[in-house]
Design a protein around this ligand. Structure first.
Ligand SMILES: NC(=O)c1ccc[n+]([C@@H]2O[C@H](COP(=O)([O-])OP(=O)(O)OC[C@H]3O[C@@H](n4cnc5c(N)ncnc54)[C@H](O)[C@@H]3O)[C@@H](O)[C@H]2O)c1
Length: 440
């Protein structure tokens, strides 16, 4: 196989500004975590960019550098944070409120967290029913609000060398793509006319892309998964990816389902239920926000198991997903799965998974990797103008794909795709593991 030529990647010089939209549990755990790592107080566990290695060349070559040394990634020391939030608390207060990190951890970085104050948000309760925001921008129209966000981005750009934006805001109500999302021109008209199909997250995405700033979406709302956003992303060379961080139950699902399929074991039912008590859980207690999440969680099995190819094994799966708001648990979610499978001659078996996880502890390293990789994509000429960064599907429950293509959900194929993209842009030989190619 011919070795590709290394892409002409711009070096990661200077400060990388990260703007987070929604400074709740995930965002504060990300920001506090990066500072704790910088101060040598803790390790960036769960982050592929910080702890992962990549094999290069033949197995006998013994070349396995750390990804952060191999790929041209920004250093954690060069990251500067800011963001928007509908409540005015500083990041220390917000992190204390989120109750993810313990007070000892927070105390050691208190001065750093206290000086990060959120900017007023673009918010409308119609799209997140359970929240009553007080720290909110006022504008004559959605277009005016977009201009205010653009002004915020421009001000921040003066303090740093590059900017990436990530949505770590609440899950908005379920919306489907409509006429206003078809083209950039229709969307811009919709902004002026206050089209109700334009949710706040879309206004942030528009402002970011208009400013040529990459945008990652950690929630299941559409946001950048719209034709108008793909058009704008390609136009301004601002890479995009989404949606919905793949952290707890779906992470496990996309590990187990490929295992059953690889052994040709059938699945007759998969019942998934969760309890969680954080603000995210409260928001998802509203049926309209839950619907957005449900859609994102349900798609996974069909794509992995391919019932149309294996009807005897997967045609009649009963798949159910439930999320229950249960305040005593806070951010410590419990996700149960009961899986009914069948084997040789149709004999049934059961698997029970009980994942007592910490939601934001799992999500924060994904958010960090995403912003670093999007920054890399923007500095890489062959990735900058392609719009959707499918190689980052590894991080999402519901990966965004170009029209007509189905998403890849198998975690290990996603990882292979991510690492091969890094090898490719750095001019290294791809590692294809030919035995897995039938998944493509
Ligand atoms: N493991 C995980 O934690 C995980 C996994 C997958 C997806 N997610 C998604 O990530 C998002 C964040 O999760 P979280 O646990 O941090 O939730 P959270 O409720 O703690 O934080 C979200 C924050 O966004 C704010 N917000 C809402 N609308 C806003 C707007 N328009 N502008 C600015 N701020 C806004 C809220 O006030 C809140 O503080 C949620 O959508 C969640 O579904 C989280």
């Amino acid at each position: 196989m011919a070795t590709p030529k290394a892409a002409n990647i711009q070096p990661a010089k200077g400060k990388l500004g990260i703007m987070v939209v929604g400074m709740g549990a995930v965002a504060t755990t990300l920001i506090a975590g990066v500072e704790a790592v910088r101060k040598g107080l803790a390790k960036p566990i769960g982050s592929l960019t910080q702890m992962g290695t990549i094999r290069l060349g033949r197995r006998t070559d013994n070349r396995t550098p750390l990804i952060k040394d191999f790929a041209s990634l920004a250093s954690l020391d060069d990251i500067v944070f800011t963001g928007w939030e509908i409540f005015p608390e500083n990041m220390y207060e917000a992190a204390t409120h989120a109750q993810v990190l313990d007070s000892d951890h927070l105390r050691s970085i208190k001065p750093f967290l206290e000086q990060i104050m959120p900017m007023p948000a673009v918010f409308d309760q119609y799209y997140v029913k359970r929240l009553h925001g007080t720290h909110v921008k006022k504008g004559r129209s959605k277009c005016d609000l977009a201009q205010q966000l653009i002004a915020d981005i421009q001000t921040f750009k003066k303090q740093v060398d590059r900017v990436v934006i990530i949505w770590t805001g609440s899950t908005e109500i379920f919306l489907e793509p409509s006429a206003v999302h078809e083209t950039l021109a229709a969307f811009e008209k919709g902004l002026v006319e206050d089209d109700p199909n334009i949710a706040p997250s879309q206004i942030y995405a528009y402002a970011a892309l208009k400013e040529g700033v990459p945008f990652a979406n950690g929630a299941p709302n559409l946001t950048v998964d719209l034709p108008c956003m793909v058009e704008l992303s390609k136009q301004t060379g601002a890479p995009i990816c989404g949606k919905d961080f793949k952290t707890g139950q779906t992470f496990m699902k996309t590990v187990l389902a490929p295992a059953f399929k690889s052994r040709m074991l059938g699945v007759s039912g998969w019942y998934s239920t969760n309890i969680l008590g954080n603000r995210d859980g409260e928001v998802l207690d509203d049926p309209e926000s839950f619907k957005t999440k449900e859609e994102s969680k349900l798609g996974v099995l069909d794509y992995i198991l391919q019932p149309e190819l294996y009807p005897e094994l997967y045609k009649d799966i009963y798949h159910k997903v439930r999320i229950n708001y249960y305040p005593p648990r806070g951010d410590n979610k419990e996700g149960w799965d009961n899986i009914d499978i069948f084997g040789w001659l149709g004999y049934p078996m059961q698997i029970k998974v009980d994942f007592l996880c910490r939601d934001s502890i799992l999500a924060a390293p994904l958010a960090l990797d995403l912003v670093l990789f999007l920054d890399l994509a923007q500095r890489t000429p062959s990735l900058k103008h392609i719009g959707i960064q499918e190689w980052l599907s590894f991080y999402f429950k519901s990966p965004q794909t170009p029209p007509g293509l189905y998403p890849e959900h198998d975690l290990f194929i996603q990882l292979m795709k991510l690492k091969n993209t890094l090898r490719h842009i750095q001019g290294e030989e791809l590692i294809t593991h030919l035995g897995l190619e039938y998944y493509d």
